[in-house]
Design a protein. Structure first.
Length: 466
């Protein structure tokens, strides 16, 4: 979901190997959707082992040098594919064991928890049969459940279907379930819940909705610039948007209430748990100095976090992806994550020149694949804690706007030189946030995509499906 660009850059062999691993772990499954739990929850393990294999091949081992029977030495394709299989198998057991210790949240999330009954969406055996069918439209699945609700329960059932938190709880239970027949529809249900949540957040009055002229450097070959060097660049109207398709509309949107306080706290608790695990590892390797900044990507989240909270992390990203699609005025399929991570920052003991180094920056100047940016704040802040984000007006050569960090607030903005910005130093407390950066690019045509996702026959079709 999140790192298609990673796979694209490192070659088609990784996708083919992931396909083989998936079908080996679950040979009874006949489509990539059947492996969705492995590919979603354990994708970071696949990526890490793929990187290991590609490094081995770069040191002189040819991809075609290993043919059955497997090579007796070296790190050829057959060898590191088997290593990947062992990694995934171990990770599956880890995820399953951690999930067993977590309480079921399928019908306890959201304000409509009291509507759950013995015949609810999550536990109704009739619905389970629907989830295991070949349906691919989540609306059909929900309609089939609503149709079998008794007449006196129609109102409560309809209300449940509009509750994103409740639907996500069902989706999470399905994704963590050992019943593989539920995984595909559970993923579709998760996306449907994300769409409902994003739509509700977008309909709220925006705290800031600012339109600014797009800017790009006059010198198209200019590289990364920071601080004074960045502010002194000569700019002209327009967007660079290298490798993507961006509109000529640029600006900044700030929305409150994207996450409820308890949802933000769940991500913070998840981040704290992973950070503690990383600190223990650092202590074991005599590197126990507490870091001022900790970044937790999906790989670290899956390796060291609880499975249920990792799925909530993915759900949050899906909600943000849909908000970014609305801000960019493009279909959701055009929004591809280039980078995202949970970030924890604590104040430095002394604020000096090093603290402000590279504080003024432009996201697209740093990485040309960044077309839209955003940040979701997860901890409450006030005017005394610092950590605000300030945006620069290149025309007026002054700082035009300051956005304060508020729990559950998200700021979405174009990544070009019209939104040069900086983050003020944190004075006390700590700040958890979720920065994210996306590329805006149309997907492959629908005919190829449909064929690839139904039954992929090679690495290229796996890329289309991704």
């Amino acid at each position: 979901i999140s790192q298609a660009h990673w796979l694209k850059k490192r070659g088609r062999e990784h996708v083919r190997s992931a396909s083989r691993t998936c079908t080996t772990v679950a040979p009874e499954l006949h489509s990539p959707f059947g492996c969705i739990r492995t590919m979603i929850l354990l994708r970071p393990a696949l990526l890490e082992s793929s990187a290991t294999g590609s490094r081995g091949r770069r040191h002189g081992e040819a991809a075609g040098s290993c043919r059955p029977p497997p090579c007796s030495s070296g790190r050829g394709l057959a060898t590191w594919s088997w290593q990947r299989l062992r990694v995934v198998a171990a990770a599956v057991l880890t995820v399953l064991s951690s999930a067993q210790d977590l309480p079921s949240e399928s019908c306890s999330a959201g304000s409509n928890a009291g509507l759950c009954s013995a015949e609810d969406l999550c536990g109704d055996e009739r619905l389970l049969r629907s989830l295991g069918s070949d349906r691919v439209d989540v609306q059909d699945i929900l309609a089939s459940w609503l149709a079998v609700c008794q007449a006196e329960e129609q109102a409560s059932c309809s209300q449940k279907l509009q509750n994103a938190s409740w639907l996500f709880g069902c989706a999470r239970q399905g994704l963590l379930s050992p019943e593989t027949s539920r995984h595909r529809s559970s993923l579709l249900l998760l996306r449907h819940a994300a769409e409902l949540a994003a739509s509700k957040a977008w309909e709220q009055p925006h705290v800031v909705e600012e339109s600014v002229p797009c800017k790009k450097p006059v010198n198209a070959s200019v590289g990364r610039r920071f601080d004074e060097e960045l502010l002194e660049l000569t700019l002209e109207p327009g967007r660079r948007c290298q490798g993507g398709e961006c509109s000529e509309k640029c600006g900044l949107i700030v929305i409150d209430g994207v996450l409820l306080p308890q949802e933000a706290q769940e991500l913070v608790s998840h981040g704290d748990h992973v950070a503690d695990q990383l600190a223990l590892q650092a202590k074991d390797t005599d590197k126990g100095k507490k870091k001022r900044k900790v970044d937790i990507d999906l790989q670290l989240s899956a390796q060291h976090g609880q499975a249920a909270r990792h799925v909530f992390f993915l759900y949050t990203l899906e909600r943000l992806r849909r908000l970014l699609a609305r801000a960019a005025e493009v279909p959701v399929s055009w929004i591809h994550f280039a980078s995202h991570f949970l970030s924890r920052v604590v104040p430095s003991e002394g604020i000096g020149a090093e603290e402000h180094k590279h504080s003024v920056h432009c996201d697209e100047s740093s990485f040309d694949r960044f077309h839209y940016s955003g940040v979701l704040w997860l901890t409450p802040q006030d005017q005394n804690t610092g950590g605000e984000i300030e945006f620069y007006d290149a025309g007026q050569q002054t700082w035009r706007r300051k956005v304060k960090p508020v729990e559950g607030r998200v700021a979405l903005f174009t990544s070009g030189w019209e939104n040069i910005h900086r983050v003020t130093p944190l004075k006390h407390g700590r700040r958890w946030s979720l920065p994210l950066f996306v590329s805006v690019q149309p997907p492959f045509n629908s005919t190829r995509l449909a064929k690839a996702c139904v039954q992929p026959r090679g690495s290229k079709q796996w890329q289309y499906c991704e």
